[in-house]
Ligand binder design. Structure first.
Ligand code: FDA
Length: 583
């Protein structure tokens, strides 16, 4: 056979999951070859919503400013509109993605980052560019064909689609981030729950400056309830902003059981003009594509040295905007673990925590997104358009909400409730941020997550119970302000304590040296590296000032001590050995 190219990790795919994995691994100095089937990254805008946790990953990687430079700002994402056409009547608005003043407080208190909107056509090149700059090999027009694995590594068979040449790459690990039709996942036989292609969607991208209809109610989503429109059988077309306010994407449903529709230029222009309610509008159609809506998640994400991430393991509709975000976060969970094992910091058992921690997230987001998609029906029910036999009946039903009649009043009341329910799609802060991990990479201190005081899908509650994500607080000094997460970067473990816990510093130095693990202590308090600028951290940390939080590279709490024990070194050593799978 041929002599194989060698590396540490092969990543298949350059979507949000694969490009993030390549960037994260390269940042950690892990040898990485990213192969991807096509000649470049995504050729259609696809997912856009980039939530706080994904932005935190980009912040941690030092690419947040690049993402923000290409994103539509938070201030422009929020006035989700329901209407009969863009120029027609408005049925109502919802403040979305944490833009309602009271909800924006929740979002701002929980993270240094806010939700923004960036199409995949802009995001993926940023990730790939930085991955390449940091040392990843990126191979386009390169198709994963198959692999074999043994005790020492994985041999990946690759087709160079330009030359037709096949070759092998020998690596320690393989990450299949090859999307919803993942061949890697099929090859390792990952088990799934749910079904694929439960509804069909068609994307039509177009250019037209419609600022005058939308700029006063800035949003990424305009839902059009109109006779003939149909998304996944629910009766609304979506006019989705790609760039404000002259590039757009229409999402239109089709019957997946029938023949795939063929939409020519004239038909696409007609759909655009109908949804916009602008019969003479000059429209430039830039593309059409079909995609399936799925309700499927893997219950195991790994087989030996092979892992899958992103849509390969969770497939769901765009509702809640979780696809790209969860894909980025999968990679964030996995990359530091692979690096830790390759560098000898951790035992191979650490890799098994990837399934333990991320499979429950996959199940949760797939269920939530599908539930949100189905809950649209409440709006159509409230409007009374569901059973409408024809266009005239549908229009009359929508009109009835204006009537000074008992039926009109009932319709208005039903609309209030139906709109309220959509917060579970558009302001589901708990789903977006509330990931709590239970695995061997977390040492429980016997405490339980506090019972949520508010709805766990809508609201996120910060906690330092082991397994929870590090709470957000601003720290610094008279000249600098940092988010707490900035003090616990991805390339090391971090101990956070207060002045009364200074003894942890020595303990950490000793244990870090002894185990060969990068570990730094940050003492938070006046006159120290940083102080608790707003006195928020003291209220959030749940531990005594002398206690400690052991923060993993991915900002989840691995372990905590409520106060300084007599033998901090022993306790820290035991905790680290345990989470690293070395005991
Ligand atoms: P993703 O599918 O992005 O990437 C897979 C990668 O693997 C690609 O780079 C591909 O080239 C590569 N690949 C596949 N097979 C390979 C092989 N054998 N060898 C080498 N490389 C291979 N979501 C949303 O929220 N809103 C939306 O409007 C849309 N719209 C949309 C449209 C279309 C057309 C698609 C395909 C998807 C969407 N989505 C979406 C879903 C969203 O795009 C999705 O959740 C994320 O892209 C998932 O990221 P991944 O990196 O996991 O896979």
């Amino acid at each position: 056979g041929d002599s194989a190219v060698t590396t540490d990790v092969v990543v298949v795919g350059s979507g949000p999951a694969g490009a993030s994995a390549a960037l994260l691994l390269a940042t950690l100095g892990v040898g990485t070859i990213m192969i991807t089937k096509y000649r470049w990254t995504a050729n259609t805008p696809r997912a856009h919503i980039t939530n706080q946790r994904a932005m935190e990953v980009f912040r941690d990687l030092g690419v947040e400013a690049q993402v923000l430079a290409d994103a539509t700002d938070h201030s422009l994402v929020g006035d989700t509109v329901f209407c009969t056409s863009i120029t027609g009547e408005e049925i109502g608005r919802i403040h979305t993605w944490g833009t309602r003043p009271d909800r924006e407080a929740d979002y701002r208190l929980a993270s240094p980052c806010l939700t923004v909107d960036i199409p995949q056509t802009y995001l993926e090149p940023i990730l790939v560019r930085n991955a390449a700059q940091r040392g990843a090999q990126t191979r386009f027009s390169s198709e994963y064909l198959s692999h074999t694995q043994d005790a020492d590594g994985v041999t990946v068979r690759v087709l160079d689609r330009l030359t037709g040449h096949e070759y092998s790459i020998r690596a320690k690990y393989l990450i299949g981030a090859d999307g919803a039709r993942s061949k890697v996942a099929a090859d390792i036989g990952l088990p799934y729950e749910g079904a694929m292609d439960i509804a069909g969607s068609m994307n039509i991208t177009f250019k037209a400056d419609i600022s005058r209809y939308v700029a006063h109610r800035p949003s990424v989503l305009y839902w059009v309830v109109q006779p003939g429109s149909n998304v996944g059988g629910i009766g609304a077309g979506l006019v989705r902003m790609v760039r404000p306010w002259n590039e757009w994407l229409i999402v239109w449903g089709y019957d997946i059981a029938g023949e795939p529709p063929v939409v020519d230029e004239a038909a696409a222009v007609q759909i655009v003009r109908n949804l916009l309610g602008a019969p003479d509008l000059e429209v430039e159609i830039t593309g059409t594509s079909l995609w399936g809506n799925n309700e499927m998640y893997a219950t195991r994400l790994q087989q030996g040295r092979v892992f899958c991430a992103g849509d390969a393991v969770h497939r769901h509709p765009p509702s809640n905007g979780l696809g790209s975000n969860t894909s980025v976060q999968d990679a964030y969970n996995l990359a530091w673990k692979i690096a830790a094992v390759l560098k000898g910091h951790a035992g191979p058992g650490l890799l098994e925590t990837y399934t333990a921690e991320r499979a429950p997230v996959a199940a949760r987001i797939v269920k939530r997104a599908n539930k949100s998609s189905r809950e649209f029906v409440d709006i159509f029910e409230a409007l009374g358009v569901l059973g409408a036999p024809d266009e005239a009946a549908m229009t009359a039903a929508i009109e009835e909400r204006k009537a000074n009649t008992p039926a009109g009043a009932a319709k208005r009341a039903a609309l209030v409730r139906a709109m309220e329910l959509k917060n579970y799609e558009f302001n589901a802060h708990g789903v977006e941020l509330g990931q709590h991990y239970t695995s061997t990479a977390v040492v429980s201190d016997g405490s339980e997550l506090p019972t949520p005081a508010r709805d766990a899908d809508l609201y996120y509650e910060m906690s330092t119970v082991p397994g929870a994500h590090l709470p957000h607080a601003w720290v610094g000094d008279s000249a600098h302000r940092h988010a707490l997460m900035d003090l616990a970067p991805y390339d090391r473990w971090t101990l956070l304590t207060g002045i009364a816990g200074e003894a942890w510093e020595q303990a950490a130095e000793k244990v870090g040296d002894e185990l060969g693990v990068p570990l730094k202590t940050v003492v938070i308090g006046p006159g120290r590296e940083v102080t608790d600028l707003y006195y928020d951290w003291a209220k959030l940390r749940e531990i005594d000032e002398s206690g400690v939080l052991l923060v993993r590279p991915d900002k989840h709490i691995a372990w905590r001590a409520m106060e300084l024990p007599e033998n901090p070194e022993d306790q820290l050593r035991a905790a680290l050995l345990s989470v690293l799978g070395r005991d």
